[in-house]
Design a protein around this ligand. Structure first.
Ligand code: FE2
Length: 363
């Protein structure tokens, strides 16, 4: 069967935030993103500002409204800072729209062609869970910095990159009994496959439980795990997210690195805060995962987790939420053969998460 929605990867991720100028400073300073493009009053956009940042293959767009009755202001009032757009890089945006709409997608943006002196970008968009949307972006005939409507952003402030490479996966939190309907959406409407599942039995019920199914497109370049809360002895971390985000949305963005020890050391030095893992984790971890290339000491000093599957192992770590609401956070991941998502770390991870949740009075 041919793939009716061929994807080249993630094109960009757009966050609606309260103060895009300051958020851009944070992502440059703390995460090492580079200035790429800008849109706002100076470029003829009267109602919002957008700062586009890049690091290797990952583009982040930060957008704020300039008046209170703007739809983005409504979005921000309800959700706080959060992901609005998971844009997908395609060769044919209009065909992507046609194929997904004919399979039941709900339209967000009719097929649109944007042009400027650097060429054209074709786009279209559909809704997914919560208020999140997927935009199909076709840029093969475009040579500008980002897309028409944006100017190249040349900044005098350019902190060094931290080794972040590309988006490995992007996780959505959905409500009770909503995981399977969204799994079906990704299967039926977007042609994704369910490549892994975790039910509440994978995660001891002593801990704040969740269920998760990992959806992947045909070539594996785009992976969207979908979480829903599960009943446990304590309040599910997914439920805490849903309460504070006031709806379904993106829980975390996992970003790949080729050297997690260097990347995380750098991020920590720049003020990024990570979940703390109990030292006892490292007493037994090698019994579980076997031999690894890295020394255990720097991994345990930084709190980096290790897991393995049939194809290799992976190293991963999770930031604390990057907003005041306990909502979205980042994962930094280095894959050394493993294609999985760190199931062996769930227990240690959830214990660490619970400590944070408890400190917020939300357990
Ligand atoms: Fe993840």
């Amino acid at each position: 069967m041919t793939d009716f929605l061929p994807l080249n990867g993630t094109d960009y991720i757009e966050l609606y935030v309260g103060n895009a100028k300051q958020a851009a400073h944070y992502y440059k300073t703390a995460f090492g993103f580079q200035a790429l493009a800008y849109a706002g009053p100076e470029t003829g956009v009267r109602d919002r500002t957008s700062y586009v940042l890049v690091q290797n293959k990952m583009r982040l767009v930060l957008t704020s409204p300039l008046n209170s009755n703007h739809p983005i202001a409504e979005h921000h009032k309800k959700h706080g800072d959060g992901v609005k757009v998971l844009a997908l890089w395609v060769d044919d945006a209009f065909q992507s729209y046609k194929e997904t709409m004919s399979r039941g997608a709900k339209s967000y943006m009719e097929p649109t062609t944007l042009t400027d002196e650097h060429g054209e970008v074709r786009m279209a968009g559909i809704h997914t869970y919560g208020e999140v949307v997927h935009l199909f972006v076709e840029r093969k005939n475009y040579q500008g910095a980002f897309m028409p409507g944006f100017i190249e952003w040349k900044s005098d402030y350019n902190p060094k990159p931290t080794g972040l490479l590309y988006v490995d996966h992007c996780v959505g939190n959905v409500g009770w009994d909503q995981m399977n309907p969204w799994v079906k959406f990704y299967e039926d409407v977007m042609g994704f496959k369910n490549i892994l599942s975790f039910d509440d039995k994978d995660i001891s019920t002593e801990y704040s439980a969740l269920m998760s199914k990992v959806m992947s497109n045909g070539n594996g370049y785009v992976k969207f795990p979908i979480n829903e809360p599960a009943e446990g002895k304590k309040r599910s971390q997914v439920e805490e997210y849903l309460d504070f985000y006031e709806g379904e949305g993106v829980q975390h963005i996992a970003v790949a690195t080729n050297n997690i020890i260097e990347t995380v050391t750098d991020l920590k030095n720049r003020g990024v805060e990570f979940l703390k893992i109990p030292a006892t984790y490292y007493e037994t971890v090698l019994d579980r995962v076997g031999k690894i290339d890295e020394n255990l000491k720097p991994l345990s000093d930084l709190g980096i987790l290790i897991d393995k599957d049939d194809e290799g192992y992976l190293l991963q770590i999770f930031t604390k939420p990057v907003e005041d609401r306990p909502t979205m956070f980042f994962e930094i991941i280095q894959r050394k053969g493993a294609k999985s998502f760190g199931k062996g770390n769930f227990k240690a991870l959830f214990e660490a998460l619970e400590l944070e949740q408890d400190a917020r009075g939300n357990l």
